[in-house]
Design a protein around this ligand. Structure first.
Ligand SMILES: Cc1ncc(COP(=O)(O)O)c(C=O)c1O
Length: 427
């Protein structure tokens, strides 16, 4: 904290550009925490907020509902094969807590009391609340709370750049899947398997190899384990398809959306369930099968309305096909970035790129610095007119999805300049 004794304040934001109180213009390489879709001050989204705020600002989802939230639920179900009902919350961590609670309660509802364990992949991230920290346990982020966190069963994840000695990439994938299957076979207390869908993002952009997720999905079905997918960072086009689990040919029992759901303008997340899960909660009052969970701002009508408008814009502008074209610009820069002195690996899918910084390309040991890596790269980026953020030793390039080819080209060329200037300080 000491290093950050003052922050730049953003006073205006338009399109892909942020303006600080000192009048500095920064091209947004972070999409306002990975959630901005259309850039800033998009008139249609601003109007949706303005118009809805004149009708109903907020009510409650207890005993009542509201029109925008109902419409949004229908829209989300239409988009999400196999899903049947939507439960709202106001941030991704809560959406994941809801997913864990629903999955655990499902087994209680149907009388399977032994199903209480939670399985997951190492290195995942699902938010900063206690359940999310337990499931997405990362010692670097959450080590200080380890004693208060609950146990999960963690399986290794295939990271092509860091395969253990003696394995080929495909052998290692099989090894990981085999481990999962053996444990599922041995332990019938496993209630659910929780993973980010398509890639681990905060864990350093670890993109799942083809078929990895679909094979996990099949194992879940075979051994009666619920599949809980977290699409908060990877869905809605970030990895190049609207709903990542359809591309991954996997069938979740529960899936969570957040971040880009409202175009990144207001705070809303959603947990969707299959009919099977939903129906297990239907009972007589005294059965006590209902779901005890509700946040103050659940189903907020202004957030829901801007989400509806956001989804309309996805369709109207054919955003997913556009992303597939724009994201090719990343590929153009792949070799140039990889050849930089401190870059060990570059991982890219859709509108996401992770650039792993190492001290030594052969040894692959992460760079270490006296001040934080993030601060060094943020300041260097600022000098080049871009807003950059690193997570550990990874530069995360996560621009707004609708960024133009020209602006993405500019972001990437300035990222190259930034790494070149910052690496002198790091090596
Ligand atoms: C995959 C994933 N799940 C959950 C979350 C938590 O979402 P929120 O920050 O809205 O609580 C994040 C946030 O970055 C995420 O990347």
């Amino acid at each position: 904290m000491k290093e950050w004794n003052s922050f730049d304040s953003i006073v205006e934001a338009k399109g892909m550009w942020l303006t600080t109180s000192d009048g500095i213009h920064l091209l947004d390489g972070v999409a306002s925490m990975w959630c901005n879709v259309w850039g800033h001050s998009k008139p249609e989204l601003v109007n949706a907020i303005t118009n809805q705020s004149k009708r109903v600002q907020h009510s409650s989802m207890f005993n009542l509902t509201n029109e925008p939230a109902e419409k949004l639920a229908k829209n989300l179900i239409k988009l999400s094969p196999g899903m049947h009902r939507v439960f709202y919350s106001d941030n991704g961590s809560s959406a994941m807590e809801i997913a864990f609670k629903m999955a655990l309660q499902y087994w209680k509802n149907i009388g399977e009391k032994k199903k209480t364990k939670i399985a997951t992949l190492k290195n995942g991230y699902h938010g900063d609340t206690f359940g999310a920290m337990s499931v997405g346990y990362n010692p670097e982020f959450f080590g200080k709370f380890k004693k208060q966190l609950f146990q999960t069963i963690q399986f290794p994840v295939p990271n092509k750049y860091r395969i253990p000695k003696g394995y080929s990439f495909s052998d290692y994938q099989n090894f990981c899947l085999d481990k999962i299957e053996k444990e599922f076979y041995r332990d019938d207390k496993i209630s659910m398997f929780v993973i980010e869908s398509g890639a681990q993002v905060a864990g350093g952009v670890i993109i799942f190899p083809k078929e990895f997720q679909s094979k996990i999905s099949k194992l879940c079905k075979k051994y009666n384990v619920l599949l809980v997918l977290d699409e908060i960072a990877t869905g809605f086009g970030r990895l190049g398809s609207m709903i990542q689990y359809t591309e991954q040919k996997s069938t979740p029992d529960i899936v969570a959306y957040g971040k880009m759901l409202t175009g990144g303008y207001l705070t809303m997340a959603a947990t969707l369930t299959s009919k099977k899960i939903y129906e297990s909660f239907l009972g007589e009052f005294n059965d006590r099968k209902h779901f005890f969970h509700g946040h103050t701002f659940t189903g907020n009508p202004i957030a829901a309305e801007v989400a509806n408008e956001n989804l309309r814009l996805y369709q109207k502008n054919n955003l997913i096909s556009k992303i597939q074209k724009t994201s090719k610009i990343f590929e153009r820069y792949y070799n140039e970035i990889l050849n930089l002195d401190i870059v060990g690996d570059v991982r890219h899918k859709g509108m996401l790129m992770g650039i792993e910084l190492v001290k030594d390309k052969k040894k692959k040991n992460p760079i270490t610095t006296k001040t934080s890596i993030n601060k060094i790269f943020f300041e260097a980026g600022k000098k080049n007119g871009i807003y950059l953020r690193t997570l550990g030793n990874i530069i995360m390039l996560v621009p707004p999805l609708a960024i133009s080819e020209k602006e993405l080209d500019l972001l990437l060329s300035r990222t190259v300049d930034t790494i070149q200037s910052a690496q002198k300080k790091v090596l």
